[in-house]
Ligand binder design. Structure first.
Ligand SMILES: Nc1ncnc2c1ncn2[C@@H]1O[C@H](COP(=O)(O)OP(=O)(O)OP(=O)(O)O)[C@@H](O)[C@H]1O
Ligand SMILES: [Mg+2]
Length: 245
């Protein structure tokens, strides 16, 4: 199962990726978290793991990957299982691992397409065993749909925070997910009961809501300090149990 999390900036994608990864690992899954966010550095800290070397470096960096794609139409041709990933591109331990596809490093270095192609092809070529779960954390917005990353996922979760932008974006994400033939579920995040009710009333695709995760002081403080996030969130357990059945 490849699970992709998306949503507008700051809605809680990386937080929910972390919570879902831990919940899956505690159910005996072999979890690989794939960080496809080219800008942010928070996910590995939330997971309490080192940031591994960019996977794009395996292809000579962003420019190397882009050149390969330009010349051959492909970046990543190998079929890898999780155990085939070279150790320098992986952090974590038994049951919970992290791959980071690539980060933008310098001003004026050009577009991030090389990273995007690498992410898409790595994920589409990644072969999973029965006990493997892949959790894909995306960058804010919907460019990953344009790049076709979402085609690699079996299920898409859009995180919806209490904002007009999130509610509008959920319509686009549902439509784009449908265009790729992928199930899209909505996770309301950072909302109290009243806000959650208001969001549900306003959403076009109300039936797609799978859970509502409340704003939580411990999550907020861990996020503020960049500390590992260890927290049992019952709503996340419900999501994971539904997905893994
Ligand atoms: N349920 C929650 N309760 C309290 N704080 C939360 C909750 N979910 C997320 N946060 C906080 O909101 C901030 C943004 O969360 P997070 O980094 O997960 O969002 P994101 O969607 O991944 O952001 P980006 O678009 O920048 O990648 C963090 O400081 C995080 O701790
Ligand atoms: Mg994030």
């Amino acid at each position: 199962m490849k699970i992709l999390l998306c949503g507008k900036g700051g809605c809680g994608k990386s937080t929910l990726a972390t919570l879902m990864a831990r919940a899956c690992a505690s159910r005996g899954q072999n979890v690989l978290v794939v960080d496809t966010d080219e800008s942010n550095y928070g996910l590995h800290r939330q997971l309490g793991l080192d940031l591994p070397e960019d996977l794009t470096h395996y292809f000579g960096g962003k420019k190397g990957a882009y050149k390969r794609y330009d010349e051959t139409g492909k970046v990543f041709e190998d079929k890898w299982s999780i155990s085939d990933i070279p150790p320098e591109y992986l952090s974590g331990a038994e049951g919970l691992h992290l791959v980071a596809v690539g980060k933008i490093a310098e001003a004026g270095e050009g577009c991030a397409c090389g990273i995007g192609f690498t992410a898409r092809e790595f994920l589409s070529n990644l072969e999973l065993g029965d006990k493997d779960t892949v959790i894909i954390d995306t960058e804010a917005g919907i460019e990953h749909f344009g790049r076709g990353l979402d085609k690699c996922a079996d299920i898409i979760f859009m995180v919806v925070d209490p904002s007009y932008e999130s509610i509008r974006l959920s319509e686009k994400v549902s439509d784009m997910g449908r265009a790729f033939g992928k199930p899209v579920y909505l996770i309301i995040n950072k909302a109290d009961d009243d806000q959650s009710r208001m969001i549900r009333e306003t959403l076009r695709d109300k039936d797609a809501v799978i859970a509502s995760v409340p704003a939580d002081k411990n999550i907020m403080e861990a996020g503020l300090k960049g500390e590992p996030l260890y927290k049992d969130v019952p709503e996340v357990d419900i999501i994971v149990d539904k997905v893994l059945v």
